[in-house]
Design a protein around this ligand. Sequence first.
Ligand code: HEC
Length: 336
Amino acid sequence: MKINHRFSIIFPIIAVILAIPMAVWAGGGGGGQFYSAGYYALVIETGLVIGAIFLGWLIKEKMGIHIPKLIQFPFLWAMCYVALRVILQPPIPFSLLAMYMGVCTIAILLYCSLTVDSWKDFSHPIAVMLREDHAKAKLSRYATFLIVPGLIAAQTYNQMLPSFGEPIELRTVHPAPPASINVHKKLVTLQTAENPFRIGDDGEYLKVGDESKYFGQNAWVDDAPKFLQQVKEGGIVFFGTAGCFFCHGDNLDGKGPFSFAFNPIPANFADPGTISQLQETFVFWRVAKGGPDLSREAFPWASAMPPWEKHLVTNEIWKVIIFEYWHTGFFPRTWE
Ligand code: HEC
């Protein structure tokens, strides 16, 4: 049975269609940062797939070397594993990896059993190993039936072995915020408050999302637009007045020089799991009140995040928040 060659063009088209949502997702929710880790990973992955297809074609069609399906199988499987485990960004949890690898295994088996011949190619060596009576088959039979149970036994033993590591602390990273907070004798209602420094060129309130036009621009020039002037002042708080960077890092990635001393570690604002998931007023609450105001859910309250209302004025807190979003290219969450 031969597959019609004219139809093989459909596969790359399907691959491209599947790659589009992945590319959008790899952008990381930020304001179209084409240099994010996700894009690099996507480019490497695509290159790997095209390279593998080319290599397969070269070996089979040009060099005339036949690689048995049973040998192709572990090679393809390992390639899928490397792509999902090492190259894919951001990293995925083990449960998801196991699921994806299950799908990959089925796909590779489908490929191996595409035609009667290819299935024979795949299964024949296994049948020989299981059935035949000559010395070689016997040897590989004994080896297989010793090695496979041995590996399973070793894995089981390792899993059952008691570990002496610290117990895991389950902690709600983003607990429910209070309805309102009192900062410098002013009541701030978190549902309705707005960042007073989120202002556009006309001095009006800048809708969330519209600030993307300022992303990547220099905030430190003299004739910077109003919004970028707030960004700059926020930057001065971050690196100067408050020194947030000692914990949250120069690149806002939570890797400041002090960060390694703390558990929980300082938040990584460059990760899509922190400020981009939060409303601006939630961040305001966290910066103003710090670790000490964490609610019951956030047990064990071991956060080193200082309550900045004791060291900064309200305006400085709002400005440093503007700076954090601008620097990372994320938008605060809104309810619209
Ligand atoms: C002494 C180290 C330290 C300094 C300095 C510090 N932080 Fe933090 N910060 C932390 C730690 C640790 C956490 C994570 C634990 C938590 O959520 O309370 C955190 C969490 C946060 C969060 C919550 C993020 C989230 O996803 O919930 C925000 C926002 C934040 N910091 C902003 C700031 C700002 C702004 C400054 C400077 C004005 C600052 N931090 C200075 C240690 C620090």
